[in-house]
Structure formats: C-alpha cells, structure tokens
Ligand binder design. Structure first.
Ligand code: NAD
Ligand code: WQD
Length: 338
C-alpha cells in the first residue's frame, strides 16, 4: 500500500520522501511543479537509491488526480501541496484560497472515495497569529493575519469536520515552526524563486556572495536583543515527524494537532552569529524597518509531539546553518533549469 505525497517535489516534500523511502515505505508523488522542479525527485532517487512513481498532476484537476488513485493502491496521504508565500497571498488572495482549499477538497474527496482516510497535513505556527505568550502549546487560541495563514486554519477546520462526519478518518495536523537547513548530502534543499522572503535562504545567499547584505527587519522587538525570535527546525527533523505521524495515523483514528519545533527561540542576530561560526563565512547585515505583520517571538512547546508521537528534534542550530550553507554552496542557482 502506497502513501500519496502531494507536493513531494518541494522543499519539505523532498526531505520527507527521502525519510519515507529510507524507512522502506512505498511513496507516490503528485506535484504540479508550480514551485518546484522534477529534477528534485531525481535527487531523491540518487540519495536513497530507490525508485518511486511520480505524477505531474495539479490537485485542482480532479479527474487527473482520480487517475492516480485508479492506477495505484493508495492507503494514506501526506499533504504538502500548497502555495506558501505570505506576501504573495496578500496580493493574490483568490489564487491562494483557490489553490490551497480547492486542492484539499479534491484530495479529501478522493481519499474518502478510495478508502484512504489517513492524512497528515502541513499546517503552520502561523495559525497562532500573535501569541499572547511563549512557548506555544497546541491549545492556544487560533487566529491569522494573512490569506495564506487563513487557508491553513480553514483546512484545519475542514479536516476536523470531515472526521466529525466520518470517524474512520485519521487526521494528523502538524504545525511547523520555521523549517530550515537541508539534507546532509547537499543534493536537496530550499530553492526559492527570485529574492528569498525567508531569513535562512537570504542569509545563505549573502554568506555565499550571491547577495550583498541581509536586511534585518527591526531591532526594537521585545526580545533579548531587539530582533525577532523564532523556533528554527532542521528540515530533516521535520521530515521525520511525518513518518511518526503516519505510523500513528495507521493505528488510531481521530484528529490530533502537534507543534513541530525545537522549543528553542533564536533571534535574527543569534542566527547571523551562528551561521558565521558554523560556516566561517561572513554575513553582512544592516538594520532596517520592521516588516509589516511580523511578531516579536514565536516558539513551540513541542512536548506533545514527544509524548504522543515519540518525536523530538535532534539537530541543533549549528547543523542547520552548516547544512544550509553546503546546499547553497553546491547549488548556487538551486536546481537551475531542473
Ligand atoms: P514548497 O513550495 O517547496 O512545496 C510545495 C509543493 O507543492 C511544490 O512542489 C509545489 O509545486 C506543489 N504544489 C502547490 N500547489 C499545488 C497544486 N495545486 N497541485 C499540485 N502540487 C502543488 O513548500 P514547502 O516549504 O515544502 O512547504 C510544504 C508545505 O508546508 C506547504 O503546505 C506549506 O504551506 C507548509 N509549511 C511550510 C513552511 C515553510 O516555512 N517552508 C512552514 C509551515 C508550513
Ligand atoms: C524569520 C525572522 C523576520 C527575512 C514565515 C511565515 C510562516 C511560516 C514560516 C509557512 C523574522 C526576520 C526575515 C529577512 C529578516 N511559513 N527576517 N530579514 O516570518 O517567522 O515565518 O515562514 O507557513 O507562516 O510567516 O519566517 O524566515 O520570513 O522570518 O530580518 O530578509 O527573520 O523579521 O523575525 P517567519 P521568516
């Protein structure tokens, strides 16, 4: 029985594919390559020495997606596919609502129709909005500040309603904090289009000389050094959480929510220093105005994931920086023409 991996060619998806294949699981990838390239899957094959099926299918195309279910025995799904850029979601809300929600409707209808009622969903710490305190536990109030976050929260609620209507479902909602780093092979990693929105890809490009200077967005936050604090988690640790989540979904039904973070908060300046010390490279920076919508601090209490899934993060910030740098150095243009 195969596990369907939607968005498997993306940043987190490729790392999860590696972990699943190395654990001996059968996986099938569907991706429309709107934010990824097919060659990323070739790299997954190279790392693992294993083959798997992949389909260029848009989740918005119900008939094409159904064909994947007809051709394979699918038992469960890891649902990564979605658009994820916060700023773009404010410019193009309809695109985000349509892609993320309609894609999930089609997927869930087919998972139900073909009796594969187990799903692990990529949610985000963004559903905690501006948390009243840190660390954040799963029972904190939920709210969002942008259309991207809204799609995550809506999908969480839709999945809860699906289970309420049919108790055969297993729904595991993983709320990721800030995934960074790359596989130690240096073959797969994050490949942002154009100017990176997120901190680590930007730092990696400054450290390797592709960009001149990091702009640090604000130094007057209520944190130990005034710059924003986040819970950065190695993408390989994050990938492993999915394996634990699917193993549990194979045993129990219900809806469960898990914070997937390290429980440790680092400021932007902490990260700049850690990057320099882990890699020996220089990260030039300047302080600029705050980025609208950013919050002071966000980090997880990840105890539930440990207690229920038996998962905890193993890698530290040095590993994350070193692996990010290796990926960026080996692949200055990401996957290139792919
Ligand atoms: P990514 O963009 O690298 O991967 C998403 C993949 O989904 C891409 O390969 C893209 O081509 C594919 N996709 C998008 N829409 C599709 C559609 N309609 N049909 C088929 N494929 C489609 O992003 P990522 O960083 O790997 O994130 C994976 C998931 O995790 C996303 O749902 C994202 O919202 C969520 N998430 C990411 C982060 C993060 O910081 N990276 C944090 C929290 C949650
Ligand atoms: C981290 C810190 C910035 C870039 C986003 C999404 C969230 C989730 C993860 C998907 C902040 C600062 C950044 C730069 C900077 N994604 N920064 N200069 O904003 O915590 O989370 O990605 O679900 O939903 O909002 O991550 O990496 O953009 O920022 O100073 O050039 O780095 O202000 O303090 P963020 P990020």
């Amino acid at each position: 029985m195969a596990i369907l991996i939607t968005g498997g060619a993306g940043y987190i998806g490729t790392h999860a594919m590696v972990e699943f294949l190395e654990a001996g699981r059968e996986v099938i990838c569907v991706d429309n390559y709107s934010n990824s390239k097919p060659c990323a899957l070739e790299r997954v094959k190279k790392i693992t020495g294993k083959n798997f099926k992949s389909y260029e299918v848009d989740l918005l195309d119900y008939d094409a997606l159904e064909q994947v279910f007809k051709e394979n025995k699918i038992d469960s799904c890891i649902h990564f596919a979605g658009l994820k850029a916060v700023g773009e979601s404010c410019q193009k809300p309809l695109l985000y609502y349509h892609n993320n929600l309609t894609g999930t409707f089609n997927l869930c209808s087919l998972l139900s129709k073909y009796g594969a009622k187990k799903i692990v969903f990529s949610s985000s710490a963004t559903v905690y909005g501006k948390p009243a305190s840190v660390p954040i536990t799963e029972d904190f109030p939920l709210s969002t500040t942008n259309p991207y976050g809204e799609t995550k929260l809506m999908i969480e609620r839709i999945l809860k309603d699906i289970y309420a209507s049919d108790s055969e479902w297993s729904v595991s909602i993983l709320r990721y904090f800030n995934p960074i780093g790359a596989h130690k092979s240096g073959l797969i990693g994050e490949d942002p289009k154009g100017i990176p929105n997120n901190l680590l890809p930007y730092i990696a490009q400054v450290a390797t000389g592709k960009r001149e200077c990091l702009s640090i967005f604000g130094s007057d936050y209520n944190t130990h050094d005034g710059t924003g604090v986040r819970d950065y988690i190695h993408v390989v640790d994050l990938a492993k959480a999915h394996l634990k989540a699917i193993e549990r979904a194979e045993k129990v039904t219900g809806v469960e929510y898990f914070n997937i973070g390290t429980g440790v908060g680092y400021s932007v300046l902490d990260i700049v220093k850690a990057y320099e010390s882990a890699t020996g490279a220089k990260v030039n920076y300047k302080i600029v105005d705050r980025r609208p919508g950013d919050i002071d601090e966000c980090y997880a209490n990840p105890e539930k994931a440990y207690n229920v899934l038996g998962w905890k993060a193993e890698y530290g910030i040095e590993d994350m920086c070193r692996d990010s740098y290796r990926w960026q150095t080996n692949n200055p243009d990401g996957y290139g023409e792919g």
